[in-house]
Design a protein around this ligand. Structure first.
Ligand code: ATP
Ligand code: MG
Length: 403
C-alpha cells in the first residue's frame, strides 16, 4: 500500500510576490500547530507545496483540521508514489475507487511540475486513464466526470488524489498584524472576528458581561465561541470585563436614550486600552449598517469618536441572513442563539436614540469620570489564552491590570 499525505493548496499566497517565502513559512507553522500530534512527520515544503505525511487512519482527521486554517484554499488526501508508471496507475485506481464508490465516470488531470519528467501531461492522462478504465470499468467523461483524479509530478514524488476539501482561503494568520475584537455572545461579532482572522490577522477578543448585575452565562458562551474560533489558529486570547456596575453608574448619570451609546463608547475606550497593551492595530465590531438602532451612520460616528484606532466593521454591508449563513458555516451560530442576558439590554430604555450627535453624547458623559471607569474595567478583567502560534502576548502589564 502507498503512503498517504495531506496535500495543501493555496492561491492568494502565490500572488504575494516577494513576501511569498514569509507567507509560506507562516502557513507551515500554523498548519503544524493545527495538526499537532496527528502528523508526526510535520509539515514539509516540497517545491512550493505543503505536504503533511500521515498514516491512512489519521488522514480524514488531519484533513478536517487543515481545512479550517486560513490561507488554505483546498486540501486533498493524496497517495504518494514514485514516478514508476505502474505505481502511478495503481494509485489512480485506488484514488478513484475511494473518492466516490457509486461513481460511473471519471477523468484524469495530470500535471508535471518537475522539469525533468519526460512524459507529457496529455500522455499521462491517456495512459493512466486507460489503466483506470480497464481496472474499474468506469467510463471517461472529460466534461463532467463523477470523479476527477489529479496527478501531480513533483520532484521525486507523484501525488495522486481525487478527494478535496475546501479551505477558508484568505491569508495565513500572522501576516496581517493583530486586532482587538469586541466579542459579544451574539451572532454577528464572532463572524466579524472570523473574517479578520481569515484575512491573516491575529484576533484578541474582549467580552463585556453584565456581571455582577447578571449571571456569567454570556461569558461562558463567549468562551465556547472562542473555542470554535481557536480552530482557525487565529484566536489568541479572550478578555472578559465585568461591566454591570459601570453600566449601572452610567444609567444613573445619563439620559436613558443615550445609554447605549455611552456603553458602547466606554467599551471602545476599554478595548483601546487593551489594544495598546497588545500593540494591536485596530478594533473590530460586528455592526452592520442599519441593523439595529445603535447602528445608524450617526451613531457609528459617535462611537468612532471615542476611538483613536481604526474601528473595522467587516459586516457593515451584509444582510442578517448572510451573516447567519456564515455563522452556521463556521460553527458559532448554535452557540450564539442560546438564551443569555446581554449586557447591552441592562438598564435600557424602550426608545434608544438613533440619530445622536457627538455634542449630545459628550454632554451626557459630562457627569462621568470616564478615565476612572476605564481603570476600573481594566482592574477587574480576566483572560483565557487559546492556541495561536502567531500570537505575541504583552510582556508586562501595568500594575492596575490584574488577572
Ligand atoms: P452581535 O450579534 O455581535 O451581538 P448585535 O447585532 O447584538 O451584535 P449590537 O448590540 O449593536 O449588535 O452590538 C454591536 C457590536 O458591538 C457587536 O457586534 C460587538 O462587536 C460589540 N458588542 C456589543 N455588545 C458587546 C459585549 N457585550 N461585549 C463585547 N462586544 C460587544
Ligand atoms: Mg448582541
Amino acid at each position: 500500500m502507498f503512503e498517504r499525505a495531506v496535500l495543501v493548496h493555496y492561491h492568494e499566497i502565490g500572488l504575494k510576490g516577494r513576501n511569498r517565502g514569509r507567507f509560506e513559512r507562516q502557513l507551515q507553522d500554523n498548519l503544524a500547530t493545527a495538526v499537532g500530534t496527528l502528523a508526526s512527520a510535520g509539515v514539509q515544503r516540497v517545491a512550493s507545496r505543503l505536504v503533511i505525511p500521515v498514516p491512512a487512519s489519521l488522514a480524514d482527521a488531519t484533513l478536517a483540521r487543515v481545512a479550517a486554517v486560513p490561507g488554505v484554499s483546498s486540501a486533498s488526501i493524496a497517495f504518494v508514489t514514485s514516478r514508476d508508471p505502474r505505481e502511478m496507475e495503481q494509485a489512480a485506481v485506488l484514488a478513484v475507487r475511494e473518492a466516490a464508490p457509486g461513481a460511473r465516470t471519471f477523468a484524469i488531470a495530470a500535471r508535471r511540475s518537475a522539469t525533468d519528467h519526460a512524459e507529457r501531461s496529455l500522455d499521462m492522462n491517456r495512459r493512466i486513464g486507460a489503466a483506470v478504465q480497464a481496472e474499474t470499468g468506469l467510463r471517461v467523461n472529460l466534461d463532467a466526470p463523477d470523479v476527477l483524479c489529479r496527478v501531480e509530478v513533483v520532484q521525486g514524488e507523484v501525488y495522486t488524489f481525487a478527494q478535496r476539501a475546501e479551505g477558508p482561503g484568505g491569508l495565513p494568520v500572522g501576516t496581517s498584524g493583530k486586532v482587538v475584537s469586541l466579542l459579544s455572545a451574539g451572532i454577528d461579532s464572532p463572524v466579524a472576528t472570523w473574517r479578520m482572522i481569515r484575512r491573516g490577522a491575529v484576533a484578541v477578543g474582549v467580552h463585556f458581561s453584565g456581571r455582577p448585575q447578571t449571571d456569567d452565562l454570556s461569558e461562558r458562551i463567549a468562551g465556547e465561541i472562542a473555542t470554535v474560533l481557536e480552530r482557525t489558529g487565529g484566536f489568541a486570547r479572550l478578555y472578559v470585563v465585568p461591566f454591570g456596575d459601570l453600566q449601572r453608574e452610567m444609567s444613573l448619570a445619563a439620559p436613558p436614550d443615550l445609554r447605549i451609546l455611552l456603553y458602547r463608547r466606554l467599551m471602545v475606550r476599554v478595548s483601546e486600552a487593551i489594544a495598546e497593551q497588545e500593540r494591536a492595530g485596530a478594533l473590530v465590531t460586528g455592526e452592520s449598517l442599519g441593523q439595529v438602532a445603535s447602528q445608524t451612520l450617526e451613531n457609528i460616528a459617535v462611537v468612532d469618536a471615542a476611538a483613536t484606532l481604526p474601528v473595522l466593521r467587516p459586516l457593515v454591508g451584509n444582510d442578517k441572513q448572510e451573516i447567519i449563513t456564515e455563522a452556521r458555516r463556521i460553527g458559532t451560530y448554535e452557540l450564539s442563539i442560546q438564551p443569555h442576558a446581554d449586557c447591552c439590554t441592562l438598564f435600557m430604555p424602550r426608545t434608544p436614540e438613533t440619530h445622536a450627535t457627538l455634542t449630545q453624547v459628550q454632554r451626557g458623559e459630562e457627569g462621568l469620570d470616564v478615565s476612572r471607569m476605564v481603570d476600573d474595567a481594566l482592574a477587574s478583567l480576566s483572560w483565557t489564552d487559546y492556541a495561536c502560534v502567531a500570537y505575541h502576548a504583552p510582556k508586562r502589564w501595568p500594575s492596575n491590570f490584574t488577572r
